[in-house]
Design a protein around this ligand. Structure first.
Ligand code: RP5
Length: 189
């Protein structure tokens, strides 16, 4: 009986160790959480710059990168695999024509991924939106509106996620929203 118990305990300890190894991700020391703003092409920048401007206003740290799912697949893989170690808390991915970028990133990282559908020339971004929003179950991508509105909202949403554990960002977010509320006039004229 005692032997059985000891065996059980040993098995449990082994499982605990395995879980610790699986779920502990080493991050860079002394660095505060930041957002990765990635996009498929330089041509996405006129839209995605609204996202970085929003992050700046809310004083959220971020890095910007061009990562294309179809032109730089190795870069995409390396980025997704190391994103957590690089201390990113949220990934914002803007994509137009090759709009599987956010889904591909989400398939390789458990970090929250927000997809921004870029307005494509031919279909006005409807193709990007459907590609990003219609992820099959199991790998979610939080999807925002097409274009500038989506880019801004992606920044605000990323800040909200960071604010869960960061008081400074929380305060900035509350102030920013209050300012927005106060700017709405009671009458149109
Ligand atoms: C995607 O294809 C980008 O996200 C961009 O929206 C679209 C077109 O890219 P370019 O041909 O303008 O570089 O990779």
């Amino acid at each position: 009986m005692k032997k059985k118990k000891r065996k059980k305990k040993k098995k449990q300890n082994k499982l605990i160790l395995l879980n610790r190894r699986l779920f502990s991700v080493k991050t860079k020391k002394n660095s505060s959480p930041k957002v990765a703003v990635i996009m498929g092409s330089k041509s996405d920048w006129p839209t995605m710059k609204f996202c970085t401007e929003t992050l700046k206003k809310l004083q959220v740290k971020f890095d910007v990168k061009i990562i294309s799912a179809h032109r730089t697949p190795d870069r995409m893989y390396a980025f997704a695999k190391s994103a957590e170690k690089e201390n990113y808390s949220v990934i914002i991915a803007g994509a137009g024509g090759s709009a599987h970028l956010p889904g591909m990133i989400a398939s390789m990282s458990t970090l929250p991924v927000i997809g921004v559908p870029i307005e494509s020339k031919k279909l006005k971004g409807l193709d990007s939106l459907l590609s990003i929003v219609q992820m099959p179950k199991g790998i979610p991508v939080g999807t925002v509106a097409i274009g500038e509105d989506g880019a801004i909202n992606a920044g605000i949403m990323a800040a909200s996620i960071i604010a869960l554990e960061n008081k400074k960002v929380k305060k900035n977010l509350v102030l920013w929203r209050n300012k927005q509320t106060n700017s709405v006039k009671k009458k149109p004229n």
